[in-house]
Design a protein around this ligand. Structure first.
Ligand code: ATP
Length: 404
């Protein structure tokens, strides 16, 4: 029996790791492959602000899914103190006394192995397999392999293949810039986004793909239009454009759900709908959508709030909230309605005036049809009317106002 063992910080596990294990599995055909995240890596410190070990284990388990017969092991996480490879190999040797243990590593680790804790024990208990992290190191690797064979009687497999040249450090730097996804499996990436690890902000192509899957196909165009308008308004008003895009992409994410499902989702997230929402469940989608976006897509609080208030508005909205509220109402695919052009124009001239007009128009529209209206919309209108007065500006007049 042959057991392949791959240890590391896995902070996070990436396609470089996966390529290395896949190459080793192909070359060595192990019966079992273990990815073992270190609790306290002895060779290097975990970066500051690193996720809890449980998160690294969960990500490693997700990465392991990409390789048949591979599993993540928590044996080092359960052990106290530094995670010495020699201790891990002793433990595995006790569990599997007849197995050949093969310890897989990258170039950096092979070159430094003599500085590890108990290198003789490591090379006595396990064969080594090395897969280069980058091209051009073949000479160094074969010289070191020869040296280890001679000095320690080590068995060293030198694996050949094309590496994915990346490190966890680089990925941690890319993630907050909405980059780095191409170096991770989809499962690991979704996990990082969901749990807000590494200050990651979602790649917007990925987010669109995931978010659109929750929409009715007919709604996708509206969401695209809302994103486009939210971006334009963000540029106009000096708001981070990708934040506006992120909120817009997710603003209707639970809209498809019928009333009972909305209520169930609200309950799941501990949201207590007010009487009005209980009776008009379709407006709950803003509330459940915000909670869902935070849970599944780890959105930040400002983005969660922009989703939360996109339908009714609220007094004292942030610029981002105003932008998403307006973009939803005036995106270029909207069917014409009486004040549409006036709101569009106002949105680029004075956000407060545009919000006031938009809320006022919604109130007029529902009143004319005898429909119920959430009191937050009236509060929004009143707040922005007062704000306009306070700054000496007039509300936007549109044709027909005098008669209403
Ligand atoms: P960090 O950047 O946080 O130091 P890392 O990317 O070096 O992390 P580790 O989890 O510390 O990754 O490494 C675990 C093992 O994976 C080590 O043996 C390392 O040499 C190997 N390894 C890391 N990256 C690659 C890669 N791109 N290709 C092949 N092996 C790799």
């Amino acid at each position: 029996m042959r057991i392949l063992i791959y240890g590391g910080s896995f902070n996070p596990p990436h396609l470089g790791h996966i390529r290395s294990v896949q190459t080793a599995v192909k070359a060595l055909a192990p019966d079992k492959t273990l990815l073992i995240p270190a609790a306290i890596p002895p060779h290097k410190r975990l970066a500051q602000g690193s996720p809890e070990p449980e998160h690294r284990l969960a990500m490693t388990a997700l990465a392991a899914e990409a390789i048949p017969g591979c599993e993540a092991s928590d044996m080092e996480l359960r052990r106290e103190g530094p995670s010495y490879t020699s201790d891990t190999l002793r433990q595995l040797h006790e569990l599997y006394p007849d197995a050949e243990l093969v310890f897989l590593m990258g170039t950096d680790m092979l070159l430094s192995i003599e500085t590890w804790h108990e290198p003789e024990t490591i090379m006595g208990l396990a064969s080594l397999a090395v897969f280069a992290r980058e091209a051009g190191r073949e000479g160094e690797i074969s010289a070191q392999a020869a040296h280890l064979r001679e000095r320690y009687g080590a068995a060293v497999y030198v694996l050949e293949g094309t590496p994915v040249t990346v490190s966890s450090t680089e990925i941690r730097e890319l993630l907050p810039q909405r980059q780095g996804r191409e170096y991770l499996t989809d499962g690991v990436y979704a996990y990082i986004i969901r749990h807000r690890l590494y200050g990651a902000r979602p790649d917007l192509d990925w987010l669109r793909e995931k978010a659109y899957a929750y929409l009715k196909p007919t709604r996708v165009e509206h969401v695209r239009g809302t994103e486009a308008m939210a971006r334009r308004l963000a540029v106009r008003w000096g708001v981070e454009e990708t934040d506006a895009a992120e909120a817009a992409i997710l603003h209707d994410v639970t809209k498809k759900m019928a009333g009972p499902d909305q209520l169930r989702l609200a309950e799941k997230y501990g949201i207590i709908p007010d009487t009005w929402e209980r009776e008009n469940t379709e407006l709950l989608h803003a509330v459940t959508g915000a909670a869902f976006a935070a849970d599944i897509f780890g959105v930040s609080e400002p983005i969660e709030n922009a989703i939360r208030w996109h339908t009714t508005g609220r007094p004292g909205m942030t610029a981002l909230e105003q932008i998403v509220f307006l973009a939803d109402a005036i995106e270029m695919g909207r069917k014409p309605y009486p004040a549409l052009e006036a709101i569009r124009k106002a949105a680029f001239e004075d956000l407060d005036a545009a919000v006031e007009l938009c809320a006022r128009r919604t109130l007029d529209y529902v009143a004319a049809r005898g429909l119920p209206i959430h009191p937050d919309t009236a509060r929004t209108r009143d707040h922005y009317l007062k704000k306009l007065e306070d700054k000496g500006a007039s509300p936007v007049q549109v044709d027909g106002d005098a008669n209403e």
